[in-house]
Design a protein around this ligand. Sequence first.
Ligand SMILES: Nc1nc2c(CCNCC3CCCCC3)c3[nH]c(NCCc4ccccc4)nc3cc2c(=O)[nH]1
Length: 373
Amino acid sequence: MTKKFNFDVTATDGRARTGVISTPRGEIRTPAFMPVGTAATVKAMLPESVRATGADILLGNTYHLMLRPTAERIARLGGLHRFMNWDRPILTDSGGFQVMSLAGLRKLTEEGVTFKSHIDGSRHALTPERSMEIQALLGSDIVMAFDECTPFPSDEATARRSMELSMRWARRSREAFGDRPGHALFGIQQGSVYRDQRQESADKLREIGFDGYAIGGLAVGEGQATMFEVLEYAPAMLPEDRPRYLMGVGKPDDIVGAVERGIDMMDCVLPSRSGRTGQAFTRFGVVNIRNARHQDDPRPLDEHCTCPACRNYSRAYLHHVNRAQEIIASMLLTWHNLHYFQELMQGLRDAIAEGRLAAFVSDFHARRAEGDI
Ligand SMILES: Nc1nc2c(CCNCC3CCCCC3)c3[nH]c(NCCc4ccccc4)nc3cc2c(=O)[nH]1
């Protein structure tokens, strides 16, 4: 059991690479997709089911857990791993992004953000120091610096002010995090869609020094083409011997494009959230199980898939339980989607390791064109 946090690149294919992040709680195979466990649960999944889909790490969140049940209570109960019965690595986001997207009455100053809880209206404050304290109380293995996700679109001056604030907060996060062997602190690059600002942000983060580097400020409405334009240059600005984490991404084709451009880690609510609405991701594209055309279909979602939903249930059944709003509908569709996302990651890792990523990617796109789903 390593007591340290390490990242080793094991193979490359173009800008893409495979690697292993070693942590005291286990190894993370990269490129990795990280399921989101917002309120100390991956919704509709038991932790052992999340593990069965192939996940090595999952996400928690400062914002949600500080409001309910509070980080102090989770710490008193032994920390987030014990609390949610997940003994592998956990990465927690620093809370700023969720404040801006969920909380009410927000006030942003140099110090940090104050806001009203979306749960009970109580007032709270998040600063770099408080975010580090909360993430330490939770016991997360990978801690995210406290940042401001620059809204899109932003003009250059606005984006610059936002990025520079995030870089001052990055330094305060680093200082407040201190020296915690076996735990990692990741910095978050900002700079919106402005190449010079992305470079300045990357240089500042390197100067401060982090265990890993995230690309923030993307997947905020700019669209895939613009995101990929930024990913043509932003990953290479970050240290190549450290993990690169693209936050909030994404759809399967976003993930494939990001991995081709050198990204090692991603997270997204999409597979779980869309599973609960009846959207199933398959190698041929998305199946919306609520559509009446499935009500007599005896076939599984995807006959190639080995997940419990595809092994044991028909589209007709999944259509029925979804229409009836049965709890099992969320369970089966979530499990299928997380399984599909992890299978996609395993396919990418294998293709990179064998130097055949280009073939994998063209096959990935070709299947989806078929569209007989
Ligand atoms: N610090 C920080 N976090 C960001 C996040 C949250 C990543 N997920 C955390 C996770 C923790 C647990 C609770 C859930 C969130 C982002 N998410 C997106 N796009 C999502 C776009 C999207 C995709 C599908 C559905 C909704 C929204 N862009 C992001 C940029 C940043 C950023 O600059 N800084």
